[in-house]
Design a protein around this ligand. Structure first.
Ligand code: DP6
Length: 328
């Protein structure tokens, strides 16, 4: 099955008239058990399930309007870079009414392509805006599968709080969707340590493909990652900070080990990244409960209970500490 047929079976229609519009917001999410590797690139089917936490203060707002002309894409109020605009237009082709274009106005509250998952919030906001524009009224499970086609991690950005993207078993992709977890955790904090916000050397899509194709360690990854999801589900249920932090950190390091052992190597770390990792380890050794995770980039995201915020702030003066859940 190709992605056009996949989309056609899920959406009720793609008809509209110029001027019709829709808008939506979606949060960024940080994977605690990572998605790294596809088993089907056409339908964006992952090798393993993944689990994330959304950050409600950071994300993407997108407004879509049907037009008579070619697509126009603005990002944060300016004309979007060509590669960004083309990726959106290719995705929008799957939903395009005959002969019409889309005016896309998108605003990010995170640096684009700096490892803070802006493509996740971007495609989640885009699919929600399409749902509003065409008045499909689809449920989030279906929208998560459509967002997945744009970017795998976007499937999880439909939800606030914790979300699991199920790997699924079917070849047609209809059981690979994300769902939100009911658990909240008001004491949980996420710290953002921005080591470097410049464009990364290789994007996730190409990077994970190279890893699947050439990393000798990769065969161990899918099973390990499924175990991480199970460990973390139990930790979330029990509000066990140490179990969640330890699993998230080990999962991130294992993913980065597969990246580093890819040919050619994918090394997102800078000297400042390593320095920050040592600082987290020192904090922990001196009794502060804090763990880190990293995505396809040099920046660290910290997991901590709110009681550790002051100590973490002292060691990382620039850290931005966010509360994913409403605090009491
Ligand atoms: C390291 O979702 O950006 O952030 O599906 O090819 O668009 P595509 O990849 P993408 O990969 C995200 C990789 C990650 C881990 C994660 O978010 O689970």
């Amino acid at each position: 099955m190709n992605r056009k047929d996949f989309v056609t079976q899920l959406v009720p229609h793609c008809t509209g008239t110029p001027g019709q519009h829709g808008e939506a917001w979606a949060p960024v999410n940080i994977a605690l058990a990572k998605y790294w590797g596809k088993r089907n690139a056409e339908l964006n089917l992952p090798q393993n399930s993944s689990l994330s936490i959304s950050l409600p203060e950071l994300g993407t707002h997108t407004r879509l309007t049907l037009t008579e002309g070619a697509d126009t894409v603005t990002l944060n109020g300016a004309l979007a870079p060509e590669a960004f605009a083309q990726r959106l237009s290719r995705f929008l082709n799957l939903f395009r009414p005959d002969g019409l274009g889309f005016a896309v106005e998108t605003t990010n509250t995170v640096p684009t392509a700096a490892g803070l998952a802006s493509s996740a919030s971007g495609f989640a906001a885009l699919i929600k805006a399409l749902d509003a524009l065409f008045d499909w009224q689809l449920d989030y499970k279906t929208l998560s599968m459509l967002a997945r086609i744009g970017s795998g991690s976007a499937s999880r950005s439909l939800y606030d709080g914790f979300a699991v993207w199920h790997r699924g078993e079917k070849d047609d992709g209809t059981d690979s969707y994300a769902e939100g977890l009911p658990e909240t955790w008001p004491d949980l904090r996420i710290g953002l340590v921005e080591v470097d916000t410049s464009q990364k050397p290789i994007g996730s899509t190409a990077g994970m493909q190279q890893t699947v194709n050439s990393c000798p360690l990769y065969t161990a990854w899918p099973t390990f990652a499924e175990q991480s999801v199970q460990t973390q589900l139990a930790a979330i249920r029990d509000h066990d900070m140490e179990k969640l932090g330890d699993s998230a950190e080990h999962n991130a390091l294992t993913m980065h080990a597969t990246m580093i052992a890819t040919r050619p190597t994918i090394l997102y770390w800078t000297p400042e990244t390593v320095q920050a990792i040592h600082t987290v380890q020192q904090l922990r050794a001196s009794g502060t409960p804090v763990w880190f995770t990293m995505d396809a980039g040099p920046n660290l995201k910290l997991l901590l209970p709110h009681t550790a915020a002051a100590a973490v702030q002292t060691s990382f003066p620039e850290v931005r500490i966010l509360a994913p859940f409403a605090t009491a």
